[in-house]
Design a protein around this ligand. Structure first.
Ligand code: F6R
Length: 248
């Protein structure tokens, strides 16, 4: 997997925001795949700045997010929908934004997931997907055990993922146990994948992503099979990788 170690995360954020802006200039109706969380936040900040400067328009763009918690009410500040509104959508106003429904009654959540996958296909698939990597190797909420052929579906959240979310929910009991996520195959269908990992906290999972056997034990390893993937790391996230071993 082509891997770029940058001097600062701001450099990677700038490069990726620039690539997304170039894509939207070349193809205004592009379909963007988006992630929430710490990894992409600076890319969205840079895109908002480019938009404010009149250098990019999202007026014809469509977005699909990777995932959403299940069991929250619409408008709950802890939904990924609200996070996206705050950090990107309210500023750049894409033509169409899609996230799985957080309040899907559990009985119909499977149908919601199937409809999301169908909507993704109907939109023509994703031109460029932004990704972070979870500490347990998840991409989207494809937790360890998720197969290469998995599609959008309801998943049980891993304990490690739920513990990580305590910083948002305040208390483990409040963290949802389920989510809807795009599948590994749905993600790998994207025409370009751009993956971000920053900080020493990510060093071990980055090493595993690049060098562990490709398997469901670490779903991020599946990214290595993609024809147009780039991984951006800062020095701290790359600290367990010998320079000479860096894939190019
Ligand atoms: C978020 C998502 C997750 C995150 C991953 C890394 O929508 O699908 O896979 O990308 O958990 O999170 P951060 O970037 O917060 O370290």
């Amino acid at each position: 997997m082509p891997t770029f170690v940058v001097d600062s995360r701001a450099e990677a954020e700038h490069v990726l925001a620039g690539e997304i802006a170039d894509l939207l200039r070349a193809r205004p109706e592009a379909v963007l795949g988006l992630a929430t969380g710490n990894s992409p936040i600076g890319v969205y900040r840079d895109l908002c700045a480019l938009h404010a400067a009149g250098e990019v328009s999202f007026a014809r763009a469509t977005t699909f997010n990777l995932d959403e918690y299940l069991g929250l009410q619409d408008g709950d500040p802890r939904t990924f929908r609200r996070w996206m509104q705050t950090h990107l959508f309210d500023h750049v106003q894409p033509r169409s934004t899609n996230l799985p429904e957080c309040h899907a009654p559990l009985a119909s959540a499977d149908a919601v997931a199937v409809r999301y996958e169908q909507a993704l296909q109907a939109a023509g698939g994703i031109d460029l997907q932004v990704l972070g990597i979870g500490l347990n190797g998840h991409i989207g909420f494809n937790e360890p055990g998720s197969t290469r052929t998995s599609r959008t579906r309801v998943v049980e959240l891993d304990q490690r993922t739920r513990k990580h979310a305590v910083r948002v929910f305040g208390d483990l009991a409040q963290v949802p146990t389920q989510a809807i996520t795009m599948g590994v195959a749905s993600i790998l269908d994207a025409r370009r994948l751009r993956v971000l990992a920053f900080g020493a906290e990510k060093a071990e999972i980055v090493r595993r992503t690049l060098f562990d056997p490709i398997s469901a034990e670490c779903p991020a390893t599946f990214l290595r099979g993609h024809h147009d993937v780039k991984l951006y790391l800062d020095a701290a996230a790359a600290e367990l990788i010998e320079d000479s071993a860096l894939p190019s």
